[in-house]
Structures are given as C-alpha cells and as structure tokens.
Design a protein around this ligand. Structure first.
Ligand code: CA
Length: 502
C-alpha cells in the first residue's frame, strides 16, 4: 500500500517528527507491558505486613509483600472518598466523586471515559473478574465475570459477559454458582483468564478483584484454626474516649460492639462480659475473622504470582496490589471506613515493574486513587485523557519525584449510613484539617507529633496561622477540582446505563 504512493514515506517522516512525545516514548518502551491490577475489598495497610505495624508478626502477608520486595511500596497512597463504590468509580474514571457522579452507592454512568475503554483503545485486551460493585453493566471490558453486588463468600454466584441483562444492571443478569470460597474461586478465574481466555497476540489489562476481607468476614474453612490461640495486639487508641474531638466520632455507629449492622457485637460470645473487657473481646473476635480473610487473599495472590513466574509473564507484567480504601482495625475503637482519619484514608499500594522499578524501594510521594488510571495509561504508552483529574506517578515509580508533585490532597465523604457525619478536608505531609459541614465543626491534627490523631488542635491559639493556611489550601483544591461545598451528593449522575460499544 505504501508503494502505491511514493511520497507517503516522506509525509510520514514529517508527521513523525512533529508528533508529541508519547508516541516516541512508547517506541522506546519495548515491549508493551501487561497489567495485573489486584484489588481487595477493605484490605487496609495495617494488615499488609510490608507496612510493618502491629499485625505484621501475627498475620504476615508474604505473597503481597513480595510485590514490594521486588518493586515499590507507597506509604502515602490515599483514597478520595473512603467507601467501596465511590472509590472504585474514582479508580475506573480517574475523577473525584463529584465529577464521575458516584458520591455514594449509586451506579456508575458508563457513558463516560473509563480506564477499560481507554486501555482497549490503546490496543489492550481488557478483563475483570471478581467484585465489581459499580452496579451498571461494564462497558469497555472484553471479558468480565463479576459478583452481583457484594456477592457471597461461600459458593458465590457470578454474572458473566453475555449473561447480562439488556436493562443495563449487573444484578439482573443470569447467575452461575461456583463451589468454594470466593477468594479461591476468583483466583481460579484469574488463572483461567491468564492461561486460556486472553488472546496471546495482545497485551492485557486485567483487573482481579477479591471480595475479601469485606464484612461479614466469612473465611475459608481451612483457616478456622489460624490465630486460634493468638492474642491480637491492640491499637493504643482502642478505648479512645473522643475527648476534644468534634461530635462526629461520638455520633458514629461504626464502633466495635455496635448493634448497627450486627458485625462486631458478637452478642452470644461476649454476653458474659461488660464494659472495656467486652469491647476488648469483641476486638479479638473481629480481628480473627478479618485476618483469616486476609490470609486467604494473600495465599491466592501467591497462586497468581507463581503462575506469572512459571509462564514467563512476570518479566513483562506490571503488578499492582491495593485495597479499595483503608479500614479501621480498632483504631479510635472503630471498624469500617468513611472517616478521613489515617487508617481509612490510606490505601495499601504495592507495585512491581521489572526493569523499571528498583526492587525494594519505597516512596513517600502522595498518590491518590484517581492517579491509578492516568498512571496505567502512561505506563502503557497511551496519552493522557483530558477528563482525568489524577496525575501519572510513573516518574515516582522511577524514583524521580517532580518538583511540582502534590503536597496536599483533597478528601470528601458524603453521608450514607452508620450515622457517620459527612465531611471534607485537606491533608498535607504535616497536617490534616477536617470540616464536618453538616454540624459545622472542625478538627486539626499535627500528623508528625500526633500520628494517632487524638489531639484536636483546631482551637489552639498557637495554630491559628496553620488553620488559615490550610483553609486557604482547602478552598484552592475545591476550586481546582471543581467541587462545590454545597453539592452534598444528592443528585448522582446516572447517565446512560445501557451496555454498548465504547
Ligand atoms: Ca471497600
């Protein structure tokens, strides 16, 4: 075809010289990497032993840790809205809740640009297995097999591509049940994809999403004895009395022992106990269930990493591991997420990229869930999409933090259940300022001196200047990101839910 018009090569040469960088840099990146994005539900960094911490000894996660040992561990990866569906939507779109339309547990508008659509356009085979929880039928995925909603822990049902309902809702599709524990079944489906389903002539963008360790923490039977006789170390603020804090902590129902949701009260097992003794026992029982689920995820991550090694795929596959947000494991007496306190705000993030990331490296750089999509697109050699608000952290992976890299991040949680007050705030490397807008109360923490966030210094006269500076920064971020403080998330943008070609 090129021979028919002899002037074409000359034109191509001129065009190539004038093309923007991404195409050239893509040509340097040989060969195009595959992506394995592993995400668990509610797996928090305190329960990933690579982060150290009080649980590292009792519940090591050697397989997940391996990703950091052979790659990089991020100590400051944060979620922009700490609940499942909103975080998953932020990851898939690279946009904050107020821009992607998913403030709470509503369905994601599939008509907007998403990571699967953009990766497919970049020449990737795109697939997802496991927990999806975006409610609307996936668009942009070449293969999917997902749990309806939260799905079941034991003998889970899946809805597969082709079995979806024409109405556009995942839950209305045809369900097929599988025998076994969901973590084992999901890893089995991941191996099936990698071995049999992906086309061998294309790079892949594969999402493997575990349901565990989300409540109600039903572990596989083989872990029933794990930690049986072990006393789980307590966080120093398990019995936090919330003194000096806003009313938000006092009002929330996500404390250990709460009857709301019936997840951590263990009524039968603790009925002979009272007060603090009861709370401590509830903590032990909660943690054992949670950590047994974590153990199941870690063992299954090991199965998948082993296959990457055996098949030779490891060499050219970028492996990422994260949880969809952080989670409280007894800190402030809490479980669940939602609050902007460190344990729920911080996501575990470990990444391996052979030949590009120095093994065993650590980054203190502040990265966000909205950065995952632009980073993956960048690493794939695809150009940035203008709708994406996050920023590629590929330079951080290479150990080079740009001078203008973010030094503060914006967070916003919209009220749903648990009586956890809505709030928004700003976190820097030194401080955190939080505003509970519905009750008009503020909290300020010095994260260096008070990493447990027990001492609210908002009213301290010595911190007036810090408050002013952070309030200005909060306003700047809201302005830059296009968030209106008056938009309380009551009008989610559902958009077009019907499945259709991207
Ligand atoms: Ca979650």
């Amino acid at each position: 075809m090129f021979r028919r018009r002899s002037f074409l090569p000359a034109i191509c040469g001129v065009l190539m010289l004038s093309l923007p960088n991404p195409v050239w840099s893509n040509q340097k990146r040989e060969p195009t990497p595959n992506f394995l994005f592993i995400m668990s539900d509610d797996h928090t960094s305190q329960a990933v032993s690579a982060y150290g911490g009080r649980l590292a000894r009792v519940c090591p996660t050697p397989n997940i840790d391996r990703i950091a040992r052979e790659g990089m561990l991020f100590r400051n990866c944060f979620v922009t809205n700490s609940i499942c569906t909103p975080s998953r939507s932020a990851i898939m779109t690279g946009k904050y809740s107020h821009m992607n339309g998913v403030y709470k547990f509503t369905a994601m508008d599939q008509s907007q640009p998403t990571l699967p659509k953009l990766m497919r356009k970049a020449g990737y085979h795109t697939a997802l297995v496991g927990k999806y929880h975006l409610h609307s039928n996936p668009v942009g995925l070449d293969y999917w097999s997902v749990l309806p909603g939260q799905g079941r822990y034991h003998d889970p049902e899946f809805i597969e591509m082709g079995d979806q309902s024409p109405t556009g809702w995942v839950r209305d599709g045809k369900r097929t049940a599988y025998r076994g524990h969901s973590s084992d079944v999901i890893a089995g489906k991941a191996l099936d994809y990698l071995k049999n389903r992906r086309p061998k002539d294309k790079p892949f963008m594969f999402f493997c999403h575990f349901k565990a360790p989300h409540d109600t923490w039903e572990y596989a039977r083989r872990y029933g004895d794990f930690l049986e006789d072990v006393e789980i170390p307590e966080p120093p603020n398990l019995l936090d009395d919330y003194q000096g804090r806003s009313d938000a902590l006092k009002k929330t129902l996500q404390y250990i022992g709460s009857d709301w949701g019936n997840h951590t009260n263990f009524r039968r097992e603790t009925k002979h106990l009272e007060g603090q003794t009861r709370r401590k026992m509830q903590y032990q029982l909660y943690m054992k269930k949670y950590l047994r689920c974590v153990k199941g995820v870690d063992d299954n991550v090991g199965r998948i990493l082993d296959y990457l090694d055996e098949s030779g795929l490891a060499e050219n596959t970028i492996v990422m591991y994260t949880g969809d947000q952080g989670f409280f494991l007894g800190e402030h007496g809490l479980y669940d997420k939602r609050f902007m306190y460190e344990e729920a705000l911080r996501m575990p993030f470990l990444v391996r990229w052979p030949g590009r990331i120095t093994p065993g490296s650590t980054s203190e750089g502040m990265i966000l869930n909205v950065d995952f999509a632009p980073t993956i697109l960048d690493a794939a050699g695809a150009g940035p999409h203008p709708a994406i608000q996050g920023r590629s952290f590929v330079p951080l992976l290479e150990g080079k933090t740009p001078a203008d890299w973010r030094k503060s991040m914006y967070y916003r949680y919209y009220y749903s259940h648990f009586k956890t007050e809505p709030h928004f705030g700003v976190r820097t490397h030194e401080h955190k300022l939080v505003y509970f807008d519905r009750i008009d109360q503020w909290e300020l923490y010095d994260l260096k001196r008070d990493p447990l966030e027990m001492n609210n210094i908002y009213d301290d006269p010595g911190h007036k200047d810090v408050v002013k500076k952070l309030q200005r920064e909060l306003g700047r971020l809201q302005n830059e990101l296009g968030d209106d403080p008056g938009d309380v998330g009551n009008n989610p943008r559902l958009g077009d839910l019907a499945p259709k070609a991207p």
